[in-house]
Design a protein around this ligand. Structure first.
Ligand code: ZN
Length: 321
């Protein structure tokens, strides 16, 4: 049947209009852009499944995360990066069931967040700080994962304390409890960290691996601060690494060579050899003692005064800023 031409045109217009309305009504990803004080650019993309109030909560949380990442060396690690927040099913007391970092021309951190998150729970959730702390290293993403996970595990606590979300006492308590979990993960004691790390995804041993890495960075940070009488720390070493190599994808031995090249007398390498060949997680007691931290009945006791206490309190602020 042949419609009069005018009728065809009218139907075409109606169909086009319907498509237009459907497109407008379809939920879309919300994107907004943030800049740090050096003009570095972060794009935040939030999935269409979130309600408007949930988007606002997620937005506030991502801004808090982004801010905390500037508290290591003053700016974000890359000129451009992306946070993507996709909806996940789960309960609000575990608001981020999954997250991952994808490195490339623009580094991307993807968070899977429950649809109706509680802002307070999101802000307190360690996963967010852990994932963004991964970006502090220009790591290629594979090999010696204990090193990369250790840095993120260590800095996730420093970032939260520096951002004022937890107290100094809470920060050391969390670190202490993490080291205890690592020490209690005894299933592979006797095997080197390197061996445990290689089979971690199939066999387990995550706590031993992650907290051995955190021990490495706490020990390195203490040594850097002691040698420079508090003027320099791991913050400076990471800034130097960022300045030379932010765009690179380095292996851990390459990262260590770069960090030691800045007059560390081989400290990073020496600790690296010690940890990767360790057959159990080293004791944190001497490290804590050097910072005026004792432990009584599982609770950290912070010495209030003296050189060790002063050194410890300096962890709450970057030595670069
Ligand atoms: Zn991680």
């Amino acid at each position: 049947m042949n419609f009069p031409r005018s009728r065809i045109v009218r139907w075409g217009a109606v169909l086009a209009c319907l498509a237009c309305i459907m497109l407008l009504a379809a939920p879309t990803w919300a994107a907004h852009v943030l800049y740090d004080n050096q003009g570095r650019r972060l794009e935040v993309q939030i999935g269409p499944e979130f309600s408007q109030p949930a988007r606002e909560q997620v937005t506030a949380w991502t801004e808090q995360l982004a801010h905390s990442l500037t508290l290591v060396y003053g700016h974000w690690p890359r000129e451009r990066w992306l946070i993507e927040v996709a909806a996940a099913s789960g309960s609000s007391d575990d608001p981020i069931p999954w997250a991952q970092v994808s490195r490339g021309k623009v580094d991307r951190v993807t968070f899977y967040v429950v649809r109706n998150p509680d802002t307070g729970a999101l802000l307190r959730e360690w996963t967010g700080y852990h994932e963004i702390a991964h970006l502090l290293l220009p790591y290629r993403g594979w090999g010696d994962t204990w090193f990369s996970e250790g840095l993120a595990t260590y800095y996730q606590n420093l970032l939260q304390a520096r951002a004022g979300l937890i107290s100094e006492q809470q920060m050391w308590q969390r670190l202490y409890e993490g080291f205890v979990r690592g020490r209690n993960d005894t299933r592979f004691d006797g095997s080197t960290l390197l061996e445990v790390n290689r089979q971690m995804r199939s066999q387990g041993g995550y706590m031993r691996v992650y907290w051995s890495g955190a021990w490495y960075f706490l020990a390195a940070d203490i040594q850097l601060r002691e040698r420079s009488n508090g003027r320099r720390s791991l913050d400076d070493a990471l800034l130097k690494l960022n300045q030379c190599c932010a765009r690179n994808a380095l292996s851990v031995p390459e990262i260590i060579r770069k960090m030691d090249a800045d007059d560390q007398a081989g400290m990073f390498h020496e600790l690296y050899e010690r940890l990767r060949n360790s057959r159990t997680l080293p004791d944190v007691t001497p490290l804590f003692a050097s910072l005026g931290i004792a432990v009584l009945n599982g609770r950290v006791q912070l010495q209030a005064e003296g050189a060790a206490a002063e050194r410890r309190q300096q962890f709450l602020r970057s030595t670069v800023l």
